[in-house]
Design a protein around this ligand. Structure first.
Ligand code: TYM
Length: 352
């Protein structure tokens, strides 16, 4: 049964809602940076009204690499506050912590049993992360199956992510297709939605690698969403560029630094590429480019930091909002899990 061929013409189940359903997630590991904000969070905030959104703080995913328990707890609350401060409205969408909804871990186990090991071993993120570690946990390999469970439990049609998560969303689609083929139509096939600009914000100290949470401790690598404005200015004005003076968008590797700074400016201002280039026509070299980019970044982040401080002043209220979100998520995911269990031949418990 495991080796049956997948029928690519499987029809998709559509949830009964006129709005597109979205599931997106973010890990509470490390400091949230400008890449997370521009590649994911800012977009989530932008489509809150037109879509039905589930936003999840994926603490179980964070466990796939070693975490300090005290830090993990505080980063999880801090991330919830950052998301709300950035504009996620808990009256409009469902914001919750992954481990508060047990169906995610259960779905992961069930999907593990129909996912070929080779599919996971091929994941580039797994190969990159595993190559940096002496001992690799099962969790790291299984990471994309847990992610597939997250998405499929909600019959999400769209998954809004940065470029680095595209392969994982495609795998979730393959896992869904395989399950549907073996057990009959069960899951909606999800699609990755990746922003045109900001999907891959590069490191300031090396514009050939992406800005990454695991490197935020390194000075000059990233702009943290909670960094002091002076720190932000310092990181951006020290950004690696090239020895030229042309301020234009470019795919050439030697212009990657300038291209990255212009991309950051473009997403924040919402301007077109040509308008951005026009804005810098009169700029006196890269020094001025960097100062002006730092200015828009700081203007964008300061109000978020103010709201963040207020939210962190009432952790009880934050926990209440997350509990409400978990309840909403449970209602949907538990009934989906029952459907899955029935399809594969498990008896549903009477103790509900
Ligand atoms: P995470 O926590 O690494 O990142 C959260 C989001 O930020 C995006 N991102 C970036 N975007 C642009 N430039 C960058 N340098 C950059 N770095 C990160 C990520 O693409 C992501 O959208 N596996 C996911 C979490 C997850 C998930 C899910 C996402 C778990 N379950 C279900 C969607 C649906 C992750 O590690 O994201």
């Amino acid at each position: 049964m495991q080796n049956q061929k997948i029928n690519p013409t499987n029809t998709q189940f559509k949830p009964e809602t006129s709005k597109k359903r979205v599931f997106s997630g973010i890990q509470p590991s490390g400091d949230v940076h400008l890449g997370n904000y521009l590649g994911a969070i800012k977009g989530w905030v932008g489509h809150q009204t037109e879509k039905e959104n589930f936003f999840c703080i994926v603490d179980l995913h964070a466990l796939t690499v070693p975490q300090d328990p005290i830090q993990l707890r505080s980063q999880t609350r801090s991330l919830a506050a950052i998301l709300i401060a950035a504009g996620i409205e808990t009256e409009k969408c469902t914001l919750f912590i992954q481990s508060h909804v047990a169906a995610h871990a259960e779905a992961c186990w069930i999907l593990n049993c129909s996912t070929p090991l080779g599919w996971l071993e091929r994941m580039t993120q797994y190969k990159d992360k595993a190559s940096n570690q002496i001992s690799v946990s099962m969790g790291l390999l299984d990471y994309p199956v847990l992610m597939a469970g997250d998405i499929l439990l909600y019959d999400a049609q769209e998954v809004h992510v940065g470029d680095d998560q595209k392969q994982h969303v495609e795998l979730a689609r393959d896992i869904a297709q395989r399950f549907n083929h073996i057990f009959g139509e069960t899951f909606t096939l999800p699609k990755a939605i990746i922003p045109k600009t900001g999907a891959r914000v590069m490191a300031l100290n090396d514009p050939l690698v992406k800005m990454s949470k695991s490197e935020t401790q390194l000075s000059g690598h990233a702009v943290g969403l909670l960094d002091h404005p002076d720190e932000i200015k310092k990181s951006i004005t020290r950004a690696v560029t090239d020895s030229g003076n042309e301020i234009r968008f470019s795919k050439e590797p030697e212009k990657a630094g300038v291209n990255n700074l212009l991309g950051i400016y473009k997403v924040i201002t919402g301007k077109s590429e040509s308008d951005v280039e026009t804005d810098f026509e009169d700029a006196k070299g890269y020094g001025e480019l960097k100062l002006r980019v730092a200015e828009v970044v700081i203007d964008e982040i300061i109000p978020i930091q103010r709201r963040y401080k207020r939210l962190m002043g009432d952790v009880g209220e934050l926990d209440n909002l997350l509990a409400k979100g978990a309840k909403q998520a449970q209602a949907i995911s538990e009934s989906k899990l029952d459907e899955i269990k029935t399809k594969i031949g498990l008896i549903l418990s009477k103790n509900k």
